[in-house]
Design a protein around this ligand. Structure first.
Ligand code: GMT
Length: 374
């Protein structure tokens, strides 16, 4: 098949999924064309059947705002025509789904469009009255729409109310990137002693991630268990969170590592992962941590509870319930037998439900069904 993919190429879950899926499809022999504003950051090797088409934004002085969406649609149309694409896979509703539809109209070809909803495109932007109708249009005019969790599927019906079936296809990771092994050398490099437990959180430090709850949970853990908190990522909340750690007198126990290109080795020094978000359609970082052998505690937000099975493969707490999160963390970190039980079940569960080949099969079947319907 000849597949066009549009996504946000910088770091972020939706871009990672789009890129890893493209790589999986290319490994299966399909021709993959990324149509993006930049080379997706996970593509750092050559594969003859992967091509990246960069969208250049016109900076003509008449424009108060550069018309990125129109430029993207025009580039999509060009790639549809030059490479005779069979399917376009648009990741994130705005503007990508709409640009895909416009691109198809400009190309005047019957290329099929799959749109994958990732989370904030619905749960945040869906409440924006300046975008809501466009999101609905993008969903209804796509040939097949998928979402990354049942929770997001349901929220899409509630918030947007589209007249369209939405299929849930879960996220996956490139398993070989997230090896389950410990990394004592790295712990040493970061000044972490043998008796200290390591709690990790990775995100884009936006408000919805509730980093203050991660820090508060950690404070509760620290009162009982010697530990360090490793915070990875950067974003609008970062400096506030530094101040917050200082105000709790735990700043020396919190490592703010900023944006890291490679997070996999950092999971290898972790004993626990915390995701305390108030909105989270799936939580790809959970899969990364879990595949690295790290047990997770998350909130009831969105699809987190579809990834972690409460009391079996990790724990779920209500949004904001840092007390309970600390207690669950202490239970796990002070009981090796319990931890091992959770870890074994967790590895088994994610390998069954979120295996990359299994999820790729689902997308491949979606593409084929569309092509066969032509
Ligand atoms: O987490 C973010 O804010 C980034 C965002 C994105 O679009 O990259 O992530 C969303 O998509 C990921 C991939 O499907 C999901 O794993 C994240 O849970 C989701 N984020 C939210 O719903 C807040």
């Amino acid at each position: 098949m000849k597949i066009g993919i549009t996504c946000y190429p910088t770091m972020g879950g939706s871009g990672i999924i789009a890129t890893e899926l493209g790589i999986m499809m290319a490994k299966r022999g399909h021709d993959v064309h990324f149509i993006t504003s930049n080379t997706p950051f996970r593509i750092h090797f050559q594969m003859p059947n992967i091509t990246v088409h960069q969208v250049d934004v016109n900076q003509y002085s008449v424009f108060q705002y550069a018309p990125y969406d129109i430029t993207l649609a025009t580039k999509i149309a060009e790639v549809i025509n030059v490479y005779d694409l069979d399917v376009l896979h648009m990741h994130y509703a705005v503007p990508h789904a709409i640009c895909g539809i416009l691109g198809r109209q400009i190309a005047r070809k019957d290329v099929k469009i799959v749109t994958t909803l990732h989370g904030t495109d619905i749960t945040v932007l869906g409440y924006d009255s300046t975008l809501k109708e466009a999101i609905k249009f993008g969903i209804e005019e796509s040939d097949i729409v998928t979402s990354v969790s049942n929770s997001l599927t349901n929220e899409t019906y509630e918030i947007i109310g589209p007249d369209k079936e939405i299929q849930t296809v879960y996220n996956f990771i490139n398993e070989s990137d997230f090896e389950y092994k410990s990394n004592p050398y790295l712990r040493q490099c970061y000044g972490i002693s043998d008796e200290e437990k390591v709690i990790v959180h990775v995100s884009n430090f936006r408000k919805v991630k509730r980093i203050q709850d991660v820090i508060k949970t950690f404070k509760g853990i620290m009162d009982e268990v010697p530990a360090k908190l490793v915070l990875i990522g950067d974003g609008p909340e970062l400096s506030k969170m530094r101040d917050y750690a200082k105000s709790l007198n735990i700043f020396d126990h919190v490592l703010f590592l900023g944006k890291q290109e490679r997070v996999a080795p950092l999971y290898q020094m972790a004993d626990l992962f915390l995701l305390m978000s108030e909105k989270e359609s799936f939580g790809l970082v959970l899969l990364e941590a879990m595949h690295s052998g790290v047990v997770c505690i998350g909130t009831t937000a969105g699809g987190i509870k579809e990834v972690i099975t409460h009391g079996e493969t990790g724990y779920i707490v209500d949004i904001g319930d840092t007390k309970k999160a600390s207690q669950y963390a202490i239970d796990l970190l002070t009981n090796d037998v319990l931890y091992k039980q959770f870890q074994t079940k967790m590895l088994d569960d994610i390998n069954k439900r979120f295996a990359s080949h299994h999820i790729t099969d689902q997308y491949e079947a979606i593409y084929r069904s569309l092509i066969e319907s032509k």
